[in-house]
Design a protein around this ligand. Sequence first.
Ligand code: FES
Length: 124
Amino acid sequence: MHNLTIDGAGTYEVEEGTRLVRALEECGVAVGHRCGGQAHCTTCRVEFEEGEPQVMTEAEYDKLTDIGQFGEMRLACQIVVDRDMNVSPLMTVEDQGWDDAGPDPAVTVEPAAEWFPIEELEDT
Ligand code: FES
């Protein structure tokens, strides 16, 4: 188990390997996942205060570079909880006025994930 601290919501114990977007919802935070966790919509965006993984999926890298946000935020649907983390969700049902957060993200990271060290991605 790892401690997940969510800005404005508290600290919760989360099972190792839980997709971060699902962990946030399980902790009662209605973070967006409007594409169902496919690295398309960016509504699951978070800022890390501590515990940011230094690896990234190719899908996350491609999306963040597409929108000019690489290095500025992370996509919770592309991250699994594998350590203590402290994050701020940036788009929620409440602050966006959506009817719901979006289709449920699968248990495992999609598209099928291959993680790369961020320092290698920065050089590409
Ligand atoms: S990018 Fe859509 S849920 Fe993460």
